[in-house]
Design a protein around this ligand. Structure first.
Ligand code: IVH
Length: 749
């Protein structure tokens, strides 16, 4: 079609292509309902370019190909606004807004007026002049009377039509609006700048203002600028009588407007609109800082009038500033409840949204690097809802020369600031965390570990409960749970002071029972519950099989032999003497393995070399962490505490599996003739069982003595076996053995 056509063909094709490109531009930018893909648009564009290259005399300034043209300017010329660009009165208070409405109504002699409420974008205001529908000039606001001629730059913005749509454009139409960048466009621009080694802009407004003042339109064309229109300057050949009509006209001309405005006819409605807009702000793709309230009717505007600077018929209501700039005086590091090390900005106190802020979160080290935040910087802080404020950006231009990039590891000297334990970077996340499970800052994490299904399976003890327990100061360590009374637990408030939500006695009782039942759990579950680093469920299981109890594990000969072996293993290739040492370490381990097996510990299967199998079960990290744990003050304290609480879980596959009541839950009721309640409880525990106070389906059997009451009834109702004293004593002494442990694949018993 473009190849051999006549000039006439080319001319009509050019007209068609320009019309199509304009139409698609409008569908995309104004109506937000594009009909074609970018690629198809580009194809039309290239075809037009081709044709115009071949017929240069057919090129006109309003052709879509002529957006970026000409050489860089040497400066901007100033021009006078035909109608001055005024500013707006503004307020932060509802009361002042109500006064504004009353003033307007008073002047109009009515008690109600119709207003249009629009979002207020914080960008750069602009006046774009169309003559006979063609864009002829674009001026910045300047001082309101004269502005800079930025026509070449504004032409590069695709949401600004070079020609108004519609068959009969007015002789003169000055559209006024705001140039801005969306948050996304701004972020992409700054990313590009950083990649290119250029300094990023402090905020979208600065980036916009800087872009408009660029002398080279080719650079402007690469900036993600957009324009929305909301007011008119000079208009000739068109009668516009209200703001609503103006907005409608804008859209008909293909000039973009706000997607949502409110038309209100009472102060209550106006205020509702202001609040609705406030709620909507986070969902808008660009930053807004207020609402602009304008009297709708133009004739009425004349009645209300103007001051020297601003119209009296309009007002900007500004939302409480969400961000503020202040100096970052230091970075400190906080240890979170799960051991996460969170950098915190210490700030020169600054007022923000009604409070004085002196600290803000920096999230994590990556975030600090990404935003390049340094001590001494002027930083922008932002409050989002009720969460603590965050540092959102840095004013790089006001950075002291001595400011250094932040390095978490160097800053902390590789230690947790709370317990001086080792720190590590979580490979899955960007956070550094304290590796020491006994770090006092990590109570909640330890308690959660303790309650996990793989550990003691305390189902009532979820994250929320664990946090509340620690926050209210009821417990610090998991074993503190055994000291809590049902009353205290039941009164635990999981909600807030204003809307309390109690844990409740019923739940408290269930947790109590679960804690009692946990006494009978095998050693491996308890090892798991301690939350030793590197020790997950399966490692805990192997450790539990290889040891009699926690004391045995704490002094484990096996683990120490393995530690020796690993130490030599690491240095093996280097020295001859070491290989002798190595042989002896292996021998030690084999001896130990045999000894352990002779004592009845679980042994590895089909072992050519027994020591090899042990090595497979516990790697060097596990060995190191377990030994370190039981040598640490915290580990020793846990052992002492367990002994005091009478908690002595037995090694898996050994005594506990053979114990007559292993894993059984027993309820005592009534009076036994020859055994006190305490003695019976001890007997049950010694036999590996646990005592519960209420009968449920989980109860394995009930021991009923004289005068047994409701518990006996309940047992019968649920079909739970009931034993008398004689049968009970026979059972605990092991006359009827219960074997709990099932063999695991790959292991011989
Ligand atoms: S009307 C004579 N409407 O806010 C009234 N201004 O603080 C002309 N602005 O200079 C302005 N959004 O740059 C109007 N929907 C909106 C606006 C808006 C942002 C800016 C504009 C103006 C400044 C006044």
């Amino acid at each position: 079609m473009t190849g051999s056509g006549t000039r006439g063909d080319a001319e009509s094709r050019i007209r068609f292509l320009r019309g199509e490109l304009e139409r698609h531009n409008r569908l995309y930018y104004v109506d937000a309902r594009p009909e074609i893909e970018d690629r198809a648009y580009d194809a039309l564009y290239r075809e037009l370019e081709e044709l115009e290259k071949r017929h240069p005399d057919l090129v006109t300034s309003d052709s879509p190909t002529q957006r970026v043209g000409g050489e860089p300017l040497s400066g901007f010329s100033t021009r006078t606004h035909t109608v001055p660009m005024m500013s707006l009165g503004n307020t932060y208070s509802r009361e002042e807004l109500a006064q504004f409405d009353r003033r307007v109504c008073d002047r109009l002699g009515t008690d109600r007026a119709v207003y249009v409420v629009e979002p207020k974008i914080d960008g750069v205001s602009l006046s774009v002049r169309y003559e006979a529908g063609v864009l002829v000039r674009a001026l910045t606001r300047g001082d309101g009377k004269t502005g800079d001629d930025v026509t070449a730059n504004i032409r590069t913005i695709r949401s600004v039509p070079l020609r108004l749509s519609g068959a009969r454009p007015p002789a003169v139409f000055e559209a006024r609006g705001e140039v801005f960048m969306t948050r996304e466009g701004f972020a992409r621009l700054n990313d590009r700048r950083r990649e290119a080694g250029e300094e990023p802009f402090a905020n979208a407004r600065n980036a916009t203002a800087g872009s408009i003042k660029q002398l080279d339109p080719k650079i402007v064309a690469q900036r993600p600028l957009e324009v929305l229109f909301y007011a008119a300057g000079e208009v000739a050949g068109l009668d516009i009588r209200s703001q609503q009509q103006l907005l409608k006209t804008f859209r008909e001309f293909g000039l973009r407007t706000h997607a949502r405005v409110w038309v209100t006819s009472s102060f209550d409605e106006m205020w509702q609109a202001v609040e609705a807009l406030d709620a909507m702000r986070p969902t808008l793709p660009y930053d807004t800082d207020g609402a602009v309230i304008k009297l709708d009717d133009y004739a009425r505007r004349e009645t209300v009038g103007w001051t020297a600077k601003a119209p009296s018929w309009a007002m900007a209501y500004k939302y409480e500033a969400e961000t503020a700039f202040t100096r970052l005086t230091a970075i400190t590091v906080q240890v979170g409840r799960t051991g996460t090390l969170t950098p915190v900005a210490e700030l020169e106190p600054v007022a923000l949204a009604g409070s004085t802020i002196s600290r803000a979160t920096l999230h994590n080290e990556d975030e600090i690097r990404r935003k390049d935040i340094r001590v001494g910087d002027l930083v922008e802080i932002k409050k989002a809802g009720e969460v603590i404020p965050a540092v959102v950006s840095v004013r790089q231009e006001s950075r002291p020369a001595s400011a250094q990039p932040f390095d978490m590891e160097r800053f902390l000297g590789g230690q947790c600031p709370e317990c001086h334990g080792p720190i590590a970077r979580d490979p899955q996340f960007v956070a550094w965390r304290c590796e020491n499970p006994q770090c006092p800052a990590q109570s909640v994490r330890r308690i959660r570990y303790f309650a996990m299904r793989e550990a003691l399976d305390l189902q009532m003890l979820g994250e929320v409960v664990a946090e509340a327990l620690v926050e209210k100061g009821l417990i610090r360590e998991p074993l503190d749970l055994y000291d809590l009374t049902v009353e205290k637990l039941g009164a635990l408030n999981l909600g807030t002071a204003e809307s309390p939500r109690l844990f409740g006695e019923k739940n408290a009782e269930k947790l109590r029972q679960a804690l009692e039942a946990a006494r009978a759990l095998p050693l491996s579950r308890w090892i798991c519950a301690l939350g030793i680093p590197e020790v997950g469920e399966s490692t805990a299981y192997e450790l539990g099989r290889a040891h009699r109890d926690l004391v045995d594990l704490a002094h484990s000969d096996l683990l120490r032999a393995m530690q020796k072996y690993y130490a030599l293993d690491a240095s093996r290739p280097k020295k001859k003497e070491d290989s002798a040492g190595h042989a002896s370490a292996t021998e030690d381990m084999e001896k130990l393995a045999r000894k352990l097996e002779a004592k009845g510990a679980a042994k590895p299967s089909s072992a050519k070399s027994k020591s090899r199998e042990w090595l497979l079960a516990f790697g060097p990290k596990v060995v190191e962490k377990v030994i370190a744990y039981f040598e640490s003050p915290a580990g020793l304290a846990v052992l002492a505490r367990l002994a005091k609480l009478g908690l002595a879980p037995r090694g898996d596959g050994q005594a506990s599996g053979d114990a007559p009541l292993a894993g059984k839950t027993v309820v005592l009721t009534g009076t036994l003739a020859g055994t006190t309640r305490d003695e019976a409880t001890d007997l049950i525990r010694a036999a590996g069982g646990s005592v519960a106070s209420t009968v449920s389906k989980q109860t394995d059997f009930v021991v009923a003595g004289e005068n047994a009451g409701s518990k006996l009834d309940k047992a019968r109702e649920l079909g739970v076996p009931v034993l008398d004293e004689k049968a009970f004593l026979a059972r605990v002494s092991g006359e009827k053995k219960v074997t709990k442990t099932e063999p695991r694949e790959g292991w011989l018993f």
